[in-house]
Design a protein around this ligand. Structure first.
Ligand code: DGJ
Length: 772
């Protein structure tokens, strides 16, 4: 729904309008981004500039670029805000002044064969182009694709050089937005390895707030996605704008509160170490930026992005396709396994209902620890004497599918690959390269390196029935240098183009049916670029459920549960030594692509029984858990959090204890997506508690004296569990939305059969079904 009338461009989605126009001089003037408007009332909406302000520079009498809300800007003609483009022109100057030349509207999504992935299946695309006022054959193209159903607009920019001289690009953003007001809070996702996507709220203040990555990947430090929430907005209500980038490399976004109290935001490739030279007839295409707007708070904004990712980003083959329950052996074995051990684990997994066994790191080369073997993609016959084909067959015979781990972008110096091709690893001649996790990164800017990766992965994929690949990448780039590049300013971007080339050749062209799970030590490359190839991402190496609340909470702002891979692991947890009840570990992992990462053989018979029930439950509600409409809120900020998924006539609602105190406050749970006018039945999911959780207290509830660490209790703990109180309510959608008062939680004064016994790290899960 793109309407162009008298040089006013109006882009409508189901619930939003985006409007811009042209100044008489030909600059693109931003008019509106927000709720859908029936008409483009430019005069009413336009930011007024009736007087020129002191110490400003006029482009024309009474017309000052610094005071205008612009759609895209340049340097040197009076707009002193952060510029989206910085390039040295053939005359050595940095001043650019792009004015309107033409536009066109085409059906469908934006396409370009520059090697970047783009969102698929959009409604219409508007391209507006501008030429520089001095270098008239230097053209800037701005592309806008609307995705009406999910209220998303995708944008990118291109620079075409038709001049005889060279244009050196130092900075080139995909999109920029100027807004008339600046009372927003910026929400970004920050962290590190095993601590990804922690939400940070920063009030927009004077100056420039930068959210970027320079590690060569989109990074676990600062995810490319961010949102702006207007004063008063929260999870449930208020105006929120979300932004993200289809890019897996160094990204940059900046939010500026200007001296006139307006706001400028932009996002694109990070200018850090970036220099791209355009000769005559050459062009540069930026990655796509996407934006959405909702009046329904962060949940409304997130729902738009979730729909967008599920329908326009992830590969067609996996759209709306339920993801299998996997068992991954990593946290259970690390590098220490053999065929017998793997088959033993797989057998138990099959008995409990697992659908896919994923063999992680350590199956190839001389890989017994992380110091050797990376790069040598041939099976380690000491561990797996009959090879991968036979292993996959045995696993398939148990009724499980088989998946395999790779890390094709990296190499250990102690590997046959490195001994043969040391020059394939990224390093600067005459400078000792730095290692990360004992490995170097391969130079994906080189065609022969990419060919090696494609061929060696292909050979393995042909050798066995492999239906899932976990594609890992465990270090940041250092010593950046492309040994065949003339201009090292191209290195980081060419690396990412190289990665997309490899992924495209393997997973789009040859093996579109293989489910690819992108992993980069967990969420070091959780971005829309990777999601164009891999429907799901291993979210974090931190599998502690309480830590996962922080991590998944952040990811849900921008990425759908179907893309968030979550495993239930052993306790004490490998990262935190925390003991979290098995029920909570499941209740957190279930709000995503749920799997397990432990040795079922090390669990008690009672725990195995519970896991069997968990898997059955997950499969019954899997479509809702993976593809439903997600919402979250804090029933008691700092103490309780609730995640909910709605779809298929049901709502799955969890409430988690973030902290727990004696004489617990009562819990009221609002079911956010319950529909007024409908009747629902809300039932708690039965949960079990380990007997040994009660320790010495058990003597108060059993008639005979038992020692807390004695044989009897140890036996009882292995084979039995305490049950949680059950709740069952039938009520209207209105009541659910207003809030149900839940049963009390355990407190020191006793154990009653109706109590919810959750306590520290506890949680409850409810199934809310629409009655016929
Ligand atoms: C990092 C990943 O995040 C882990 O899940 C595991 O695959 C290891 N790498 C293996 O080296």
């Amino acid at each position: 729904m793109i309407d162009v009338h008298k040089k006013v461009f109006k882009l409508d989605t189901k619930n939003t309008s985006y409007i811009f126009t042209l100044s008489p001089q030909g600059h693109p003037i931003h008019i509106h981004y927000g709720s859908r408007l029936p008409s483009a009332d430019v005069e009413a909406l336009r930011l007024k500039n009736n007087i020129t302000l002191g110490s400003t520079v006029d482009y024309a009498p009474g017309y000052c670029l610094d005071s205008e809300l612009l759609e895209y800007s340049g340097i040197g003609k009076g707009d002193y805000r952060h510029s989206p483009i910085e390039c040295m022109l053939p005359d050595g100057s940095f001043t650019t002044d792009f004015v309107y030349e033409g536009h066109r509207v085409t059906q469908g999504a934006y396409e370009n064969d520059c090697g970047l992935p783009f969102a698929m299946g959009g409604g219409e695309t508007l391209t507006v182009w501008f030429r520089d006022t001095k270098f008239k054959s230097l053209r800037l193209f701005l592309n806008y694709t609307v995705f009406p159903e999910c209220d998303v607009i995708a944008r990118n920019a291109e620079l075409h050089n038709g001049e005889n001289g060279e244009v050196a690009i130092r900075k080139f953003m995909s999109a920029m937005v100027d807004l008339p007001e600046s009372d927003y809070t910026l929400l970004t996702l920050n962290g590190s390895w095993a601590k990804e996507a922690h939400i940070q709220d920063s009030p927009v203040s004077y100056g420039i707030h930068v959210n970027d990555s320079a590690v060569g990947a989109s990074s676990n430090r600062h995810n490319p996605a961010f949102l702006l929430k207007k004063t008063g907005a929260d999870e449930l209500q208020g105006r929120v704008m979300g932004f993200n980038l289809l890019y897996s490399g160094n990204h940059y976004s900046a939010v500026e509160k200007t001296n006139q109290d307006t706001l400028r935001a932009m996002l694109g490739i990070n200018p850090h170490c970036f220099l791209w030279k355009l000769g005559y007839g050459e062009k540069f295409v930026t990655p796509q930026a996407v934006m959405t707007f909702s009046e329904h708070g962060i949940n409304g904004m997130a729902a738009n992005f979730h729909d967008f990712v599920n329908h326009h980003i992830i590969p067609k083959h996996f759209r709306n396709v339920q993801r299998p329950v996997v068992l991954n052996n990593w946290e259970a074995t690390f590098f220490d396994f053999n065929r017998r051990k793997i088959l033993g684990m797989a057998k138990k997994a099959a008995e409990l209902g697992v659908e896919m066994f994923v063999l992680d790191d350590g199956w190839f080369g001389k890989r017994n620890n992380d110091r050797a073997g990376l790069g040598d993609w041939v099976v380690n016959e000491k561990k797996l004497p009959s090879g991968l084909g036979a292993l996959a067959k045995s696993i398939n015979a148990m009724g499980l599918r088989f998946g395999l781990w790779f890390e094709p972008e990296c190499v250990n110096p102690d590997s046959d690959l490195y001994r043969k091709h040391p020059d394939w690893a990224i390093q600067i001649p005459g400078r000792e390269p730095s290692l990360g996790r004992n490995q170097l990164t391969l130079d994906l800017t080189r065609a022969e390196v990419r060919d090696y990766i494609v061929d060696s992965v292909d050979k393995v994929l042909r050798s066995a029935n492999i239906e899932y690949v976990k594609w890992d990448y465990n270090r940041h780039i250092s010593d950046a240098f492309g040994s065949t590049l003339q201009n090292q300013g191209e290195f980081f971007h060419r690396y990412i183009l190289g990665l997309y080339d490899v992924l495209r050749r393997i997973f789009k062209e040859k093996y579109p049916h293989i489910l690819l799970e992108s992993c980069s030590s967990g969420g070091n490359r959780f971005d829309l670029g990777m999601l164009c190839f891999s429907p799901q991402v291993w979210t974090s190496d931190d599998t502690d459920a309480m830590e996962r609340l922080d991590i998944q909470r952040g990811m849900y702002c921008f990425y759908p549960p179907s893309s968030i891979s979550c495993h239930v692991s052993m306790c004490p947890n490998a990262q935190t030594l925390r003991n979290v009840p098995l029920s909570t570990r499941f209740n957190v992992a279930a709000f995503g692509v749920m799997g397990y990462e432990l040795d079922f053989g090390e669990l008690t018979p009672e725990e195995r029984r519970q896991i069997k029930e968990q898997i059955e439950f997950y499969k019954t509600h899997r479509h809702t858990f993976q593809f439903g409409r997600f919402s979250r809120y804090f029933p008691k900020p700092g103490q309780r959090e609730s995640w909910q998924m709605a779809g298929n006539g049901e709502i799955l609602a969890a409430i988690y204890n973030l902290s727990y105190h004696a004489i617990p406050t009562r819990d009221t749970l609002r079911i956010l997506e319950a529909k007024p006018g409908k009747i629902y039945r809300m039932k708690s999911v039965p949960q079990k508690l380990r007997i040994n959780r009660f320790g010495g207290l058990i003597k108060h509830v059993v008639p005979i004296h038992l020692k807390a660490d004695g044989l009897v209790l140890r036996f009882a703990d292995r084979h039995f569990a305490m049950t949680d109180g059950q709740e069952d309510y039938t009520c209207s959608g209105e009541t659910l939305r207003s809030g149900v008062n839940l049963a009390m939680q355990y407190s020191g004064t006793g154990y009653g059969k109706d109590l919810r016994i959750t306590g520290d790290f506890g949680s409850s899960l409810y199934v809310v079904r629409e009655e016929a």
